[in-house]
Design a protein around this ligand. Structure first.
Ligand SMILES: Cc1cc2nc3c(=O)[nH]c(=O)nc-3n(C[C@H](O)[C@H](O)[C@H](O)COP(=O)(O)O)c2cc1C
Length: 396
């Protein structure tokens, strides 16, 4: 097993079987469930892995500690992809003490019936393992109420739970210094925007608690261990949790027969000619909304459009708009919209309602409504919308 540093080992597993994380988010490159063991006078496991992978996990643990018992298992986060092996760990290591906070134990009792051998910690409490001393920092709502992080004050390692994690299985190497990390950056944004994205303020609070602490390693529960890129990943989390954006535009549309799509293409061309370099155009029916949300977190401008469908909005666009609304995105974001219809247009008005009541982005340009097919007037209106958005993005 890979030693990260100073008696701290990686004992996590890769999942290249699951198609959808949480039943929602595609995993084209798999995902890792990271767990770590500190092999000190007292042996301490930090987080576990999803239950399906328990026997691989047990082998990884035995590779490091042989027949030694585990004294403690720290549970930073109760989501079952990390706590799912807890009950089995207790069975195989009956003397193990579970370390968590009050809210951890409420969930451990409910999910797994665990009520004994518990060490309850509060914010700032420490636990000495011999050479290593652990300090616990509570980070509620990053992204569940019981979440905490554990800091190894001896080796300057932050066991960060889901924070700083990303999709993508580990391809051999564990620590970023031993791999090409290029494939992980966009996946970190997709992970953050879809799973943690609603909780910008708690993430900011957590970052404040960690400010000033010397970190040599960040060991999260998904993706690489960060060593060379610590500044970069903290900077990414800081910017994402402030909902900071770059110059760029997401145009997404629904279409059945291609007419609404022509509007999207026209808007994109006009925005490009007006100087926007980052433009991502998506058909909501063929690109999973997790990728579209990722780019909405990155780019300042958003233009959405869809056909009228049974006197309402084309369903796939409704899904995307509800996902955007559910992320409570603050800070500068601009929105424009367009709709199509054959006899009585409703789509554009429905998008306007979503924005007014739930999304709250700043409207830009004049919404375009198209009856049946593109004509000279509609083309000019689409171009005007693309240009108006481009000007807004470039001047703000
Ligand atoms: C099942 C279905 C329901 C529709 N419902 C409406 C409607 O309620 N009102 C309307 O004006 N047009 C309705 N339309 C027509 C479409 O909104 C219109 O044809 C539009 O141009 C389709 O855009 P597209 O070519 O991008 O798919 C409906 C079309 C379909 C296939």
């Amino acid at each position: 097993m890979k030693e990260i540093t100073n008696g701290v080992f990686y004992v996590g597993v890769n999942d290249r079987h699951k198609h959808l994380f949480e039943g929602l988010w595609p995993l084209p490159d798999g995902v890792s469930y990271n767990s770590y063991i500190i092999n000190d006078e007292k042996v301490c496991l930090v987080d576990t892995v999803e239950g399906d992978f328990f026997f691989q996990f047990l082998e990884n643990i035995r590779d490091v500690i042989g027949d030694k018992p585990i004294d403690y298992v720290v549970i930073n986060h109760m989501e079952p992809d990390h706590s799912g092996s807890l009950a089995l760990i207790k069975k195989y290591y009956p003397g193990v003490q579970v370390v968590g906070n009050k809210k951890t134990f409420d969930m451990a009792a409910g999910f797994y019936g665990i009520t004994d051998n518990r060490v309850e910690v509060k914010n700032g409490d420490t636990l000495c393992l011999g050479k290593h001393t652990l300090k616990f920092v509570l980070t509620p709502m990053v992204h569940w109420p019981e979440t905490m992080v554990t800091f190894d004050t001896t080796s300057n390692i932050l066991f960060s739970g889901d924070a700083f994690g990303c999709f993508g299985a580990l391809n051999g190497a564990v620590v970023d210094s031993d791999m090409n990390c290029d494939s992980f950056w966009l996946e970190m944004i997709r992970y953050y925007s879809n799973i943690v994205g609603k909780y910008g303020t708690p993430v900011q609070n957590a970052l404040k608690k960690l400010a000033g602490i010397q970190l040599d390693y960040i060991c999260s529960t998904h993706g690489p261990v960060w060593h060379d890129n610590i500044e970069r990943v903290i900077g990414m989390y800081d910017r994402m949790s402030r909902y900071e954006t770059e110059d760029g535009l997401v145009i997404c549309y629904g279409t059945m027969y291609g007419n609404t799509e022509k509007m999207a293409e026209t808007i994109a061309r006009a925005a490009s000619e007006a100087g926007i370099r980052n433009i991502a155009v998506y058909n909501v029916s063929t690109t999973h909304h997790s990728y579209i949300l990722r780019d909405i977190f990155r780019y300042r401008g958003l233009i959405v459009g869809a056909p009228t469908y049974n006197a309402g909005l084309y369903h796939e666009m409704d899904v995307l708009l509800s996902e955007i609304a559910g992320r409570d995105i603050k800070n500068r974001h601009y929105i424009g919209w367009f709709g199509s219809y054959a006899w009585a247009g409703k789509a554009a008005g429905k998008i306007a309602d979503w924005n007014e009541h739930h999304i709250h982005f700043e409207p830009v340009g004049v919404p375009v409504e198209m009856k049946q097919n593109m004509n000279v007037d509609v083309k000019a209106q689409c171009e005007a919308l693309g240009r108006a958005m481009a000007e807004k993005i470039l001047n703000n």
